[in-house]
Design a protein around this ligand. Structure first.
Ligand code: COA
Length: 356
C-alpha cells in the first residue's frame, strides 16, 4: 500500500472529514448558520432571508432579498411533462415521487448556482403536486413571492399568513446542519463532479431513511394515540424493554439537548399552550432523559408541531427537504469550489485464498 491507512470509528462518529464555512454547533451546543445562532435568526428573519444567507454567506439587503424572492418564484413552477410524470407514478410516498421527478429534471444553461437554485425553487411545487395528485386533489398554483407563505399554501391549500409564520420557524430549523447524512451523501456525489440534480437526488434518497428525515412520520403515529402521560410512558418503556428505538430521540451531535427541538417546543407552547398532548410529549421527553439520557431531537417536537400547524403527515419529510435543499445547494458549491474526491477505504473481513 502506498497510502497510509487510518482506522476511524464506525459511522464516522466524531470524525472531522473536511472543513465547512456554512454551519456548525458551537461550544454552548447551539446550531450556528454562517456565524449566527439559528434560533436568533429564526426569531428575526424570514425563511427567504435565511436561505439567502445559507447560500451566499451574508444576509441580504432589502433589494437583494426581493430580487432573490422573485428569482425563486420565477423558477418555482414545474413543466407539464413533470406533472405528467407525477400523474403516471401516482406514488403514495411524496418523497419517493420528489426523488423521481428530481432525477428527471433537466436543467440547461446558467452557472452551477443557477442550476442548483432552479431545482431548489421547484421543490415546494413538486411536493405539493405529488401529494395532491395521489389524493385526487386539485393542483395548486401560487404566485405568492413570500416563500414560507407560498410553501404553506402549496402544502395545505390555505392562505394563512399566521400559520405560515409558524411553519417558517421549523423550516428554518430544518434548513442546514453541516455534515448530516444527506448532506454528506450530496458532498460525496458532488466530489465526483456529477451534476446538481444527481447530487441533490443522492441527498433526497438519504434523507428518506427513518434514522434521518424519515423519523418524523413514525413519531406522529405513536404520539397521537395516547390519552394521558401514563399511556405514553408505558409505550416508551415497552419499546426500551424490547431494545427498540424510540423515534424522535437521540442525536449524533446533541447528547444533552437539541437546541432546535427546544426552540420548536417553545413555539409549540405559543401555538397551542400546555394542552394535554403537550404534557404527554413533555412527560415522554423527561422519561427518555431519566431512563436513557437521550434528548428529544428536532423530529420529536417537529412532528407534533407540524401536525398542529395543519400539515398532513405525508408532507413532513418532504417539507424537511424543501428547507434542507438550501443547505444542499451551499454544500454542493462549497465542495465544488475546493474539490477532492471522497473515497475512503474499507477493512476487508471476507474470505481469503479460495480456489476457483
Ligand atoms: N431509542 C432508544 N435507544 C436509543 C435511541 C432511541 N431513539 N437512540 C440511541 N439509542 C441508544 C442506542 O441503542 C445505543 O445504545 P447502546 O449503547 O446500548 O448500544 C445508545 O443509545 C447510543 O446510540 P447510538 O446509536 O450510538 O447513537 P448514534 O449517534 O449512532 O445515533 C441516531 C443517532 C439519531 C441515529 C439514533 O439516536 C436514532 O436512531 N434515533 C432514532 C431515530 C431518530 O429520531 N432520527 C432523527 C434524528 S434527527
Amino acid at each position: 500500500m502506498s497510502i497510509s491507512e487510518i482506522e476511524v470509528p464506525r459511522g464516522l462518529s466524531g470524525v472531522i472529514v473536511d472543513t465547512t464555512a456554512i454551519a456548525t454547533t458551537d461550544q454552548t451546543g447551539n446550531l450556528v448558520y454562517r456565524g449566527y445562532r439559528a434560533v436568533d435568526l429564526a426569531a428575526k428573519y424570514s425563511f427567504g432571508q435565511i436561505a439567502y444567507l445559507i447560500v451566499y454567506g451574508e444576509l441580504p439587503s432589502r433589494s437583494q432579498y426581493s430580487e432573490f424572492e422573485q428569482k425563486i418564484l420565477s423558477l418555482s413552477h414545474i413543466d407539464e411533462k413533470y406533472v405528467k410524470l407525477i400523474q403516471l407514478l401516482k406514488e403514495s410516498n411524496v418523497l419517493a415521487s420528489m426523488r423521481t421527478v428530481t432525477s428527471a429534471i433537466h436543467v440547461e444553461g446558467g452557472d452551477r448556482m443557477e442550476q442548483l437554485l432552479n431545482i431548489a425553487a421547484k421543490f415546494p411545487e413538486i411536493a405539493s403536486d405529488s401529494y395532491r395528485i395521489y389524493r385526487n386533489l386539485e393542483r395548486i398554483h401560487s404566485e405568492e413571492a413570500d416563500m414560507s407563505r407560498r410553501i404553506y399554501l402549496l402544502s395545505t391549500g390555505k392562505d394563512d399568513p399566521e400559520r405560515a409564520k409558524f411553519l417558517e420557524k421549523i423550516l428554518i430549523m430544518y434548513m442546514e446542519h453541516e455534515f448530516n447524512a444527506s448532506t454528506f451523501a450530496l458532498r460525496v456525489a458532488a466530489s465526483t463532479e456529477t451534476d446538481p440534480a444527481s447530487a441533490i437526488n443522492a441527498a433526497l434518497s438519504t434523507l428518506k431513511g427513518p434514522l434521518h428525515g424519515g423519523a418524523n412520520s413514525e413519531i406522529l403515529s405513536y404520539l397521537l394515540k395516547f390519552k394521558n402521560e401514563e399511556e405514553g410512558i408505558d409505550f416508551v418503556r415497552k419499546k426500551l424493554e424490547n431494545k427498540q428505538l424510540v423515534m424522535g430521540f437521540g442525536h449524533r451531535i446533541y447528547k444533552t439537548k437539541d437546541p432546535r427541538a427546544q426552540f420548536i417546543k417553545e413555539e409549540l407552547r405559543k401555538l397551542i399552550g400546555e394542552t394535554k398532548r403537550f404534557q404527554i410529549a413533555d412527560a415522554i421527553e423527561n422519561y427518555m432523559w431519566e431512563q436513557k439520557n437521550l434528548p428529544a431531537n428536532l423530529d420529536f417536537y417537529g412532528a407534533f408541531y407540524l401536525n398542529e400547524v395543519g400539515i398532513d403527515e405525508p408532507l413532513y419529510t418532504p417539507l424537511f427537504a424543501v428547507a434542507r435543499v438550501f443547505g444542499w445547494v451551499a454544500h454542493y458549491l462549497e465542495q465544488s469550489a475546493n474539490n477532492k474526491l471522497i473515497r475512503p477505504l474499507s477493512k476487508y473481513v471476507g474470505k481469503t485464498d479460495r480456489k476457483v
